[in-house]
Design a binder for this molecule. Structure first.
Ligand code: NAD
Length: 311
């Protein structure tokens, strides 16, 4: 399949590498000059479970997209706040049949994508794969992951299944789901608790989980996600969602990891995706008349931390 990865940073590189290894025709798209130069000079370095591989995958900027070259599948992997601009920039690589798959963390990305792409071509979901950038041109990833995805428009189920198959053939363990918004909200509960709280407290997930009030803090936030989700016909089981979040504390799996927001803000001094996670719940809460004081405050605290660190 002809596939472009738009936003080929940590996770985009992981997916691009796997799809390239599985003999798809992959092009990486990014606008980070050092990263592009490193990949052009040395190939994409991908460390998976401590083994480093090298792959000669083409990488271009959006401005370098050749005329009359389009792809069958565009997988978007920017940060949430970069999605709108990136879709504008990569328009030339899409034709009327190009499918767009979005697995970004957060809620409501389909509304942004639908500004650029017809709904029948939009496929959304989320992923439990993780990756970090070690250096320009070098991404690393540990452990196993999965992908859940679904078509946005009715009638495109077979295409969603076909896309899941392409990912699975590349070892990315993808599943078609009939209830993707439930899955997205469930993952958003993890991001909406672990990301902001571990970032503010400067701890990994296991150490956060060992604090006395961890359970109550998580429960308060998850209840707000569930209350908002209900207005979008997503029935989140609060106890199940809390249990799902609390699995992150396990030191034998991912407990020792710092969530991506911690890496973005504390380690790399970059803006966070808070407005697309807790901030999205606050906005939706205002729209539906649901009070979301924990998400409001967490969003404000993270913005304050951004102001302090990035000033
Ligand atoms: P990243 O910052 O490493 O990668 C994003 C890339 O997009 C960067 O290389 C950046 O240069 C590029 N980009 C931004 N604007 C662009 C534009 N206009 N044109 C072209 N390229 C552009 O981010 P990431 O960690 O790979 O995360 C991507 C998404 O996946 C986020 O929503 C994140 O929450 C989600 N996610 C990440 C992980 C993870 O472990 N990294 C896990 C699950 C979900």
């Amino acid at each position: 399949m002809k596939i472009a990865i738009a936003g080929s940073g940590a996770l985009g590189s992981r997916f691009g590498f796997a799809l390239h290894q599985a003999d798809n025709e992959v092009v990486l798209i990014d606008n980070w000059v050092d990263h592009i130069n490193a990949i052009r000079e040395h190939g994409l370095k991908m460390t998976i479970d401590n083994q480093t591989h090298n792959a000669a995958i083409p990488i271009i900027t959006p401005q370098e997209i050749p005329a009359n070259v389009t792809v069958e599948l565009l997988i978007v992997f920017t940060k949430a706040m970069q999605l709108d601009q990136m879709l504008q920039d990569v328009k030339p690589i899409m034709n009327d049949n190009t499918k767009v798959l979005c697995l970004l963390n957060g809620i409501g990305h389909e509304d942004i994508i639908a500004k650029h792409v017809s709904r029948k071509n939009i496929f959304i979901g989320n992923t439990m794969w993780t990756a970090n950038l070690v250096a320009p041109g070098h991404s690393e990833s540990f452990g196993a992951g999965s992908v859940n995805l679904q078509n946005l428009a009715p009638g495109e189920e077979n295409m969603a299944i076909a896309i899941a198959d392409v990912l699975t053939e590349a070892g990315l363990n993808a599943h078609f789901t009939e209830n993707v918004h439930n899955t997205i909200y469930l993952k958003a509960c993890v991001n909406g608790t672990m990301n902001g709280l571990c970032t503010l407290l400067d701890v990994n997930m296991a150490d956060f989980g060992a604090t006395k009030d961890a359970h109550d803090m998580v429960a308060s936030i998850v209840k707000e996600f569930a209350a908002v989700a209900a207005f979008e016909n997503v029935q989140l089981d609060v106890e199940e969602a809390i249990e799902f979040v609390e699995k992150c504390y396990d030191r034998t799996t991912i407990g020792e990891h710092f969530p991506s927001m911690h890496q973005d803000l504390i380690k790399n001094h970059r803006l966070t995706e808070i407005d697309y996670i807790n901030g999205a719940i606050s906005r939706k809460g205002r729209k539906y008349g649901v009070s979301t004081p924990y998400c409001d405050f967490l969003t404000q605290l993270i913005h304050a931390k951004e102001d302090i660190i990035l000033k």
